[in-house]
Design a protein around this ligand. Structure first.
Ligand SMILES: [Fe+2]
Ligand SMILES: [Fe+2]
Length: 341
């Protein structure tokens, strides 16, 4: 899945989210001008190309937070694989969770092209220095949550991620093209699972779906990140072509698309102020509780400790695999050395 606005961290000290413009050597000024011109022309930047240090750091932060979100996002759904109601649903859920692991790998590989090692990126996650999408700090309490996560959480992720397929940093854009194709399957399987319960299920199953939607709606629309006027790094990311559409515009697009889907499904979205605004040709919605968002991002959500604990344990349990792979690689390298005459 899953970016939320990955610009929730403070700008670098002293830089205020602005392009760095101290007195530079003439050569560096020329490089900066060439870089700016390429961005303005819509060119893609490749790993070997010169780039400003702040652009590199912004990308490492965003791509690694996105990668962390993919692998932490495996946890709430992974919990339900053994409890899926049919073999078909189990196979679909297994494939989806596996896809999320793959997305993490593409994204860690993209972040590594910027000069940060996998070990450094994961250390930042394990020590709580790096963030991941706050949506995964909520628990999955019923089977309906598997459908709702696909429909709303993967749905919000697609809305966020399609514009990143045109991100100025080419390895990130290429990874996103592949990821978005798989996210589309994730969204549809979730919606189809809910539709089956709503149309062919019992009253208890319909009530379970509604209860699930009630819990996931607000955290899902928070996935687009804070309002534009409280998103300090957005303007610079837009200037660099890392971000293409603002948080509020994406959130509005998601809400407008989801209202119609909810109607077909037969569920009520838990916002009494959600209504069509004829003048704007968009839906108005109720106010979002941003204090909850910041509390969960800050580490105090229902499952923050559990999620991080599970990732740290997985890393520790996998130590022998990494050691074995390194030992094997060094033996292979030694075997390939030409024998001395
Ligand atoms: Fe994903
Ligand atoms: Fe997904």
């Amino acid at each position: 899945m899953y970016t939320q606005a990955m610009d929730t961290l403070e700008p670098e000290p002293g830089k205020g989210g602005q392009a760095v413009q101290p007195a530079k050597q003439a050569e560096e000024v020329a490089l900066q001008q060439r870089f700016d011109a390429r961005i303005d022309a819509g060119d893609f930047i490749e790993p070997k190309d010169w780039m400003p240090e702040h652009y590199r750091k912004t990308l490492v932060r965003q791509i690694s937070q996105h990668a962390h979100s993919e692998i932490v996002g495996m946890l709430p759904e992974g919990n339900w694989i053994s409890r899926a109601p049919t073999l078909k649903r189990k196979a679909i859920l297994l494939a989806k969770v596996q896809d999320e692991g793959g997305h993490g790998l593409y994204l860690y590989a993209a972040a590594e092209t910027l000069g940060s090692s996998r070990d450094q990126l994961l250390a930042a996650l394990h020590t709580g220095k790096a963030k991941y999408s706050s949506i995964f700090n909520y628990p999955t309490l019923s089977w309906a949550d598997m459908g709702t996560i696909g429909w709303l959480v993967d749905g919000a992720a697609i809305m966020n991620q399609v514009p990143i397929c045109r991100c100025s940093y080419a390895p990130y854009a290429r990874a996103m093209v592949r990821i978005c194709r798989e996210e589309s399957f994730h969204q549809r399987q979730g919606y189809e699972a809910l539709l089956t319960m709503m149309q062919q299920g019992t009253d208890a199953q319909r009530a379970m779906v509604q209860e699930s939607v009630n819990r996931w709606w607000w955290p899902s629309i928070q996935m687009f990140g804070p309002p534009d006027d409280q998103s300090p790094n957005s303007a610079q990311s837009m200037r660099w072509g890392i971000k293409r559409i603002s948080n509020d515009a994406l959130r509005q697009k998601f809400i407008d698309a989801t209202v119609a889907q909810a109607k077909v499904l037969g569920v009520t979205l838990p916002d009494p102020d959600l209504k069509w605004n004829e003048a704007r040709q968009q839906h108005d919605h109720g106010s979002i509780d941003w204090s909850e968002f910041w509390r969960v991002v800050g580490g105090d959500g229902p499952c923050n400790r559990e999620r991080l604990g599970a990732r740290v344990k997985a890393w520790q349990d996998g130590a022998w695999v990494r050691e074995a792979a390194l030992a094997h690689a060094s033996k292979q390298a030694a075997a390939e050395q030409p024998a001395c005459a």
